[in-house]
Design a protein around this ligand. Structure first.
Ligand SMILES: Cc1cc2nc3c(=O)[nH]c(=O)nc-3n(C[C@H](O)[C@H](O)[C@H](O)COP(=O)(O)OP(=O)(O)OC[C@H]3O[C@@H](n4cnc5c(N)ncnc54)[C@H](O)[C@@H]3O)c2cc1C
Length: 379
């Protein structure tokens, strides 16, 4: 059986390791961090991700630590709904839910299901060379060999740069602050994820467990990113529904994370020789659809199926062909959603809100149907 190296122990790398070792591959994960600390608050995992986890036998564990989300809402700052998507039909069809979960809980579940896969910490990829097999060279001077390598080292992937040179990114000039508040939403909101759209800013939130709420505040950048502290956020969102300020106030400062939003310009190809990119390294997207991790998780299942069924070269080509069809559409839609969510004039805001209110739920369900449908390998 082939020996596979995965560079990067994030959500994509760990899920891929679980999927590959279940297929009987020998798997080593090389992660640059010296310990596995989950950063970045909570996360929304969509039905497509849960379908993958269901096949890997860990969906119930995740659901028991997270919270079921059955309705997505886009609303005005005062909570007046503009656009809703009921997810019940998809829950029935696929037998799994969308969930919100603390990133630390997601990571715990992934780490405890690695099976035979070995995780090596403090292994920061420096270089690699192909010589029949692939030799990875790490910054500490050590080396490791594998039959093939999956680069799951995220948006700023060193592996991608080594394969294809410097990458290009698109910059919408937006920032995303994320937090976990010690907070309980009213009963009627506990299984919904809401996003309130204002002028140049949005605020999304959902309960992640019985005592915590995950929120995201996305804004057009108008100051250095490190200056988006609690006081600034309270000022920006002061005219939003009082719940918003209550959530921000209930969040410890160290639980607020800031990220400048970017996405990766489409790559011509994701693989060369015995090395292939997966997850954000291949298709990092803006966080407007809450699909980045879910797409990495889909990659995990498909690459394991492809490697089980085909030679390495065919597996990489099939994987790329099948996944690109879906993921590029999601990258595009996510980008456009970000533009729409951050209009800069009151006139554009009124126009946008009018359109959002008129969109029928059947339209939303059509979009979601495409996103939730997993691609399979034809055997
Ligand atoms: C603000 C924000 C909110 C988001 N919200 C959601 C959401 O709600 N739902 C959703 O599905 N997605 C969301 N995402 C996207 C999601 O976080 C990413 O798509 C996902 O984490 C990608 O997983 P990955 O494993 O490909 O990369 P990463 O999670 O970035 O993991 C890469 C790993 O590689 C390691 N690494 C990096 N370089 C090296 C090296 N040279 N050598 C060895 N190891 C290395 C890193 O330490 C890291 O552990 C959000 C993103 C942002 C920015």
């Amino acid at each position: 059986m082939k020996k596979i190296a995965i560079v990067g122990g994030g959500i994509g790398g760990l899920t891929t390791a679980i999927a590959l070792q279940k297929e009987g591959f020998e798997v080593d994960i090389y992660e640059q961090a010296s310990e596995m600390k989950a950063i970045g608050a909570g996360i929304l995992l969509a039905n497509n991700a849960l379908q993958v986890f269901d096949r890997l036998g860990i969906a119930n564990d995740l659901l028991s630590r997270g919270n079921k989300i059955s309705k997505l809402y886009i609303a005005k700052p005062d909570l007046t709904p503009m656009n809703t998507t009921n997810l019940l039909a998809f829950e029935e069809k696929y037998g799994v839910n969308n969930i919100t979960i603390h990133r630390a809980d997601l990571q715990k579940v992934l780490l405890s299901n690695l099976g035979n896969a070995r995780l090596h910490l403090q292994k920061r990829l420096h270089h690699f060379r192909e010589n029949g097999q692939v030799t990875l060279q790490f910054e500490d001077g050590s080396e490791a060999m594998a039959d093939l390598v999956l680069m799951a080292d995220g948006m700023w992937s060193r592996g991608r740069n080594l394969l294809f040179g410097e990458s290009q990114f698109r910059d919408p000039q937006q920032v995303c602050c994320r937090g976990v508040a010690d907070f309980e939403l009213p009963e009627s909101m506990q299984n919904e994820f809401k996003e309130l759209w204002g002028l140049g800013c949005r605020f999304g939130f959902g309960q992640i467990n019985s005592k915590e709420v995950y929120w995201t505040a996305k804004m057009n950048i108008d100051r250095p990113i490190e200056n988006y502290n609690r006081k600034v956020l309270l000022e920006i969102y002061k005219d939003f529904h009082p719940l918003v300020n209550q959530m921000i106030e209930s969040t410890r400062m160290e639980m607020i994370h800031r990220t400048a939003i970017k996405d990766l310009t489409k790559l011509k190809t994701w693989h060369r020789g015995k090395v292939c990119l997966i997850g954000d390294a291949a298709h990092a997207m803006t966080p407007n659809m809450g699909q980045g991790a879910s797409q990495s998780i889909e990659d995990a299942l498909l690459i394991s199926q492809c490697l089980k069924n085909y030679s390495t070269e065919t597996a990489f080509s099939e994987f790329e062909k099948i996944r690109k069809r879906k993921v590029h559409k999601i990258v595009r839609t996510s980008w456009l959603l970000g533009r729409l969510g951050h209009v800069k004039t009151a006139f554009a805001e009124r126009l946008r809100n009018g359109v959002m209110t008129l969109l029928p739920e059947a339209y939303n369900r059509g979009q979601v149907k495409f996103v939730f449908q997993l691609a399979e390998v034809s055997k």
